[in-house]
Design a protein. Sequence first.
Length: 176
Amino acid sequence: MTTSLVIMVMGVDRPGIVERVAQLVSAHQGNWDDSRMVRLAGHFAGVLSVTLPVARVEALRSAVQKLGAHGLTVFVEAASDEDKRPLDRYVPLRLELTGSDREGIVKEVSAVLARHEVNVDEISTHRREAPMAGGMLFEANARLRCPPELEIATLRVALEALSSELAVDIALADEP
């Protein structure tokens, strides 16, 4: 019998972090299923899901916790069947946002999404120099899942109102 764990790892970035985690997963008969890993502000941040025999869970949990001795912060959480419930009925969308950087953009957009019970599957944001205009641009790309009963037009109207208020461009498109 197998089970799933979600493992989060964070620390000052350096070569070998992924390899060290991968070795531990493999040594405990785990299968590396899904992951997202990134370098931000000089730090490594990664989250992965693994499947492994139930009998190996505590040994793997103990082994990855020992990464703390190498300057990494680690969290391990069991993934229940309820956690893995499919979102197949949900409507996938892509959100793209671009505009002058200012405080609170993510807070405002996520509040609209939450009010409409939209799940954020993945989001990435980036600040960069605005070409020719000076100042900083803020860009966000997100993969969303909307409940099937939500009229996408309703969500679009709410985001357009926010777009005007924040002076940013927000576009929704079907997720392929």
